[in-house]
Ligand binder design. Structure first.
Ligand SMILES: [Zn+2]
Length: 404
């Protein structure tokens, strides 16, 4: 039998690597960008467009699909691949991230993507912006109050696995508890103990032979706790590992944590980084040995009219951005494509002026075209990264994007 994951090349310049991850719905070349289709839908794109955009692996969300339409409905309809008419590999999360986003995320007023790196300085909690937690975590699992209708939902390591097996995704994640960058260390330590116990219970509960199961490395931004997670969870017989946030209070900390974990978990298993996917972050985590990473960024930004392109913009805080705002008046008569080097069908077909018009008039087509371009743009970039790793020119490619 072929191994699930095979390394095909390792960079001579850094810890970057390429490989192939085999799943029941096809092989994935790594490094791989994973767009997020929370409700079994990459917002505004058809399944045909998801594949055409170069997407190799798509994230779907256990908590949200459990709420609506329910995993038993999806199972009765042939599983999530048939349900959403998608024959490519799918990965589901465990619901653990919702324990954060609807719990500590709400209480601390921090998100994983939007402001997890608020700035390089110590952040204080703005209680005016926070809300009451919808989550209660106990040693056995997580109790949610549904954000849709207020009913109580219970998630344990066993029920999370049962839901993901019913969905029929290709890769499942073990239930974990994601802590906030603002959680005290004593809480992060307790949460890690729970996550470690839940990892063992998830492995025991998991029966599917067609579905891979990844363990999640937690430990927040504390070096000793991350090392402990790598030793304990990293030694369990998972098919691969995902690294969960909190990744600290700055991008520098995120890179430090990624490097530490990548050096401490088995090299022969695939490593996924949860919720990271801005272009500068992608180069940094791949450089340190990450094989895949998911992020809502390209689709969320696309719907806001923020277009990815290869031209770096630095704001006053020196935050690097590779986007521009198509709704700005300057694009109203611009006949150029969204990105002049992009080969996606949107860039081959439509002008900035037309896209500007669609967003100004709030036409649905604009959201779809911008999402398609952004996802396709990132998939193309990650394809270029794979080629560069194989040719030992990764650092040159990284510098061509990130250096001023
Ligand atoms: Zn394009």
């Amino acid at each position: 039998m072929q191994p699930t994951f095979e390394l095909s090349s390792t960079s001579r310049e850094c810890s970057a690597r390429t490989g192939v991850l085999r799943t029941a719905h096809g092989s994935i070349e790594t490094p791989c960008f994973v767009p997020v289709g929370t409700q079994a839908s990459l917002k505004s794109l058809s399944s045909e467009e998801i594949r055409a955009s170069g997407t190799q692996l798509l994230f779907v969300n256990t908590y949200h699909l459990h709420l609506r339409p329910g995993e038993e409905t999806i199972k009765a309809l042939g599983g999530v691949h048939t349900f959403m008419h998608h024959d490519g590999p799918l990965i589901s999360d465990s619901g653990g991230f919702q324990a954060f986003s609807l719990g500590l995320g709400l209480e601390h007023g921090v998100g994983k993507i939007a402001d997890i790196f608020p700035d390089e300085e110590k952040r204080t909690i703005n209680f005016a912006k926070t809300a009451k937690s919808l989550v209660h975590v106990d040693p056995d699992g997580v109790t949610f109050r549904s954000h849709v209708d207020g009913r109580k939902l219970r998630l344990t390591p066993e029920s999370s696995i049962r839901i993901q097996e019913a969905l029929g995704t290709d890769i499942a994640l073990a239930l974990d508890e994601c802590t906030s960058p603002l959680s005290p260390k004593s809480y992060v330590r307790e949460a890690l103990l729970r996550t470690t116990r839940w990892a063992g219970r998830s492995l025991e509960a998991h029966k599917s032979k067609r579905q891979l199961l990844f363990g999640i490395i937690q430990g927040g931004h504390y070096r000793d706790l991350r090392e402990k997670a790598c030793r304990t969870i990293g030694s369990l017989p998972f098919d691969g590992f995902a690294v969960g946030g909190d990744f600290g209070r700055s991008k520098r900390e995120m890179v430090r944590i990624t490097a530490l974990v990548m050096n401490s978990i088995p090299r022969d298993k695939p490593r996924h980084i949860l919720g990271i996917g801005e272009i500068d972050d992608i180069f940094r985590i791949v450089e340190n040995g990450a094989d895949s990473f998911d992020c809502v960024m390209p689709s969320r930004l696309g719907r806001m009219g923020h277009i990815l392109h290869k031209s770096k913009i630095k704001d006053q805080r020196s935050t690097i951005s590779f986007t521009y705002d198509i709704t700005k008046k300057v694009f109203s008569k611009d006949s150029k494509p969204l990105d002049e080097a992009c080969l996606c069908w949107v860039c081959q077909t439509y002008s900035r002026a037309y896209m500007h018009h669609l967003f100004r008039t709030r036409e649905l087509l604009g959201y779809r075209l911008a999402t398609y371009h952004n996802v396709s743009f990132l998939n193309t970039l990650v394809g270029d990264i794979r080629r560069a790793i194989r040719n030992n020119s990764f650092i040159k490619l990284r510098n061509s994007w990130l250096d001023s």
